[in-house]
Ligand binder design. Structure first.
Ligand code: ADP
Length: 188
């Protein structure tokens, strides 16, 4: 089984590129953001708690997302691997993931990191807000908090995966097709 991680700041294009990678490598797309939005739409107790944090631009607790990921690994079959999108987002989540994969006889295959400058994050999220209507895209304060959370909690994963020899950085500023081709070229 392959275990790819799609990494990058909010608005870097992870969801868009995930679609192309999933098709090419026959992967199960696992976006913790999407799974959380589903819980919110269903009004589950987990969704109600998560919504408060997400709307503020904060992360939901590590155990919550780790549980969701474990559940996917346990229940999804018929694929050649998983594409994790938006997970891990903290060092604790990355360590938990290593444990989950080790217990299944696997390991992280590669981390594809889409990099865009902070100014472009704002631009892209404002554009997306008009199309998708996500509440956490609608306020500049929430977007700014998400960028701060990314730099504080998530960016340390760059070194974590560089040290593990798994880190592949891709310039995320081009067109959708340009970025896609760079990802495919890098993964071979
Ligand atoms: P983005 O476009 O900002 O990357 P996502 O759809 O990946 O958005 O996530 C939306 C929100 O869901 C995040 O801002 C965060 O509050 C929550 N979330 C998603 N994944 C995680 C995670 N791995 N750990 C904690 N919170 C998460």
């Amino acid at each position: 089984m392959k275990y790819y991680i799609l990494f990058g700041p909010p608005g870097a294009g992870k969801g868009t590129q995930a679609a192309a990678m999933v098709e090419k490598f026959n992967l199960c797309h696992t976006s913790t953001g999407e799974l959380l939005r589903k819980e919110i739409a269903e009004g589950s107790p987990l969704g109600i708690k998560a919504k408060e944090l997400i709307d503020k631009g904060l992360l939901v607790p590590d155990e919550v997302v780790q549980g969701m990921i474990g559940n996917r690994f346990d229940t999804i079959g018929g694929v050649d691997g998983f594409l994790l999108d938006g997970f891990p987002r903290t060092i604790a989540q990355a360590e938990a993931l290593d444990g989950m994969l080790a217990s299944r006889g696997g390991e992280v295959t590669a981390v594809v990191s889409l990099m865009i400058p902070d100014e472009m994050i704002f631009e892209r999220i404002r554009h997306r807000a008009a199309i998708e209507g996500r509440k956490d895209d609608a306020s500049d304060e929430t977007i700014a908090n998400r960028i701060r959370t990314y730099h504080d909690k998530t960016e340390p994963l760059v070194d974590f995966y560089k040290k593990a020899g798994k880190y592949v950085e891709i310039d995320g500023t081009g067109t959708i097709e340009e970025v896609r081709d760079k990802i495919f070229a890098a993964l071979g």
